[in-house]
Design a protein around this ligand. Sequence first.
Ligand code: BTN
Length: 254
Amino acid sequence: MTESWEGDTTAAWAARWGIPRLEVHERIGSTNDRARELAEAGADPFTTVIAEEQSAGRGRDGRRWESPPSSGLWMSVVAPGQDAFGRLLVPLRVGLAVCRAIERAAPGVRAGIKWPNDVQVEGRKLSGILCEAGAGAVVIGVGINVRQGALSPELSSVAVALEEVADGLVDRAALAGRVLFELRELVTQGPVVLDEALGRELAERDVLRGRRVAAGVGGTGIARGINRDGALLLEIGPGDVRHVVAGHVKIHDQ
Ligand code: BTN
């Protein structure tokens, strides 16, 4: 663990961001695992773990998440516990928070959401989100590719780093601070459906709407938006609209 990051102490960053504690690791297995340990030990909400490098960064469904040194923002946040229904919306709320933070840190970039929680820019994945519930808390893991070197050659056709699309260099500390700010706005113990304004924002950011997609669970059809309870609306045929609540989707019209 290191006591300083991006030109200041971790205590100073924590005070500036209004969070109870920031841990920064030069190298760790997974920030989500460390945040879960802290949550189990009773850490306060918004306790945050950042790593310069993860040796076992995890994506959804047990996939590996490439997290090379100093090239992205790899962070996990202990969020307040949610009831079973509220929990369904957490990944979407986090997706919105990450989109807003990215646009703030890199003016001119427009971020979209590929349901359930990939953040895309210009059709390529910029950020992945891994929310894991347990110990009376939800651990929110956010990975944002920032520097050009963040991506291996195999990933560069499907993924993108923020500095490839931004106008200049991106300040990772400002990005992290903004993610935390937006998470505090959006990940609340709030209602189990999105309010109208968030529903509208999600619709504007929904990159699947109108596209032909295959859902791992639910079949193949045309994406017709995201319901206020977080389900993907999938039109399989005339009058047959299914509510997909989990799984991956693949775009099939390309
Ligand atoms: C995905 O798209 O599959 C989710 C990727 C989540 C990656 C982040 S990086 C910080 C945190 N620690 C992890 O091990 N995973 C998440």
